[in-house]
Every structure is written in C-alpha cells, then in structure tokens.
Design a protein around this ligand. Structure first.
Ligand code: AMP
Length: 148
C-alpha cells in the first residue's frame, strides 16, 4: 500500500492544478443563447461557465441545455436563439471548489463532474479543475510509486 505518501499526495493544494480563468472559455449573464452555442461549438467543450460582470460564477451552460430549450413539437426553433438569454437556460446549482482546497476534495467532486469551477471567498471565478488534469497527476503519482 502507498499509505503515508498517498496521504501527502491527497493534501496537495489544488491551486497547482487549475486551468486559470483567462484560459477558460466562458459567457456572461445577458449574452444570448446564439452566442453561447457559437462559443460551445467553436471550442468543442460540452459546457462552459457563465460569469457576471464582476467575474463571479453564476452557473454553467451546455449545448444540450440550449437545444432542449428550443426543441419544438415539429422542429428545432433556431429562430428563438437570439432572444433567449443564457440566464434563462443555465444550470445555477453547480458544484464548486474553493481555491484553498486540497487534491482529495477535488478528487471527490470530480467523480460526478467532468470539471469543477474554482472560486474564492467572494465567489470570483478563478479557473477550473478538470478530471483530465487530476487523472494525469494520479497516473504520474501511481507510476512513480511503482518504481520505488
Ligand atoms: P477535459 O477534462 O479537458 O476533457 O475537460 C472537461 C470539460 O471541462 C470540457 O468538456 C469543458 O466543458 C471543460 N473545459 C476544459 N477546458 C476548458 C476551457 N479551457 N474552457 C472552458 N471549458 C473547459
């Protein structure tokens, strides 16, 4: 077993692993659904954060949520996209992690989420912690432990 060192590993600050806010594609409250769909399609991400004017996290929006919203009985009502606001469609109840948290907390949250938004005490959006980055770190750690 990897007991003592794995405990240390789980206590590493998540700060070291986040993708910082300036590198994260996002939309703002008040943007329309057409803009959000454009950003989601161009970046290829399944969902992106919605921020307010002060860069505080307000929710997440995905292409699936947008399509669901404009799904009519007969066809997809694309003509509604410009008048729909992201505020009406986004998911507001999202998992977040504080910037001062440790790897273990991140790992727990990433079991059920592909990524987690990282915030500070003022709810300011500082970046994201992704499943991919955490898995990479775990792989590095496990492989290193094997050769010791
Ligand atoms: P990954 O683990 O890199 O596949 O990312 C998982 C999810 O995190 C993506 O599908 C996006 O929803 C989100 N994500 C990752 N990187 C970014 C980024 N630079 N900007 C916005 N969202 C991102």
């Amino acid at each position: 077993m990897l007991s003592v060192t794995s405990k240390d590993f789980l206590q590493i600050p998540i700060k070291e692993f986040i993708i910082s806010a300036e590198k994260v594609a996002h939309v703002q409250l008040g943007n329309n659904a057409e803009h959000a769909l454009l950003v989601l399609t161009k970046t290829g991400y399944s969902s992106i954060p919605v921020l307010d004017i002060k860069y505080r996290l307000q929710g997440l929006i995905s292409a699936q949520q947008i399509t669901d919203e404009i799904l009519g009985m007969e066809h997809i009502e694309y003509e509604r996209l410009p008048s729909l606001k992201v505020d009406e469609i986004m998911k507001s109840d999202v998992a977040v992690i504080h910037i001062e948290e440790k790897f273990q907390k991140g790992l727990d949250l990433l079991v059920n989420n592909p990524y987690i938004c990282v915030i500070d005490d003022e709810q300011t959006f500082l970046g994201i912690l992704t499943r991919r980055v955490i898995l990479k770190q775990m792989k590095k750690y496990l492989y290193q432990s094997q050769v010791q």
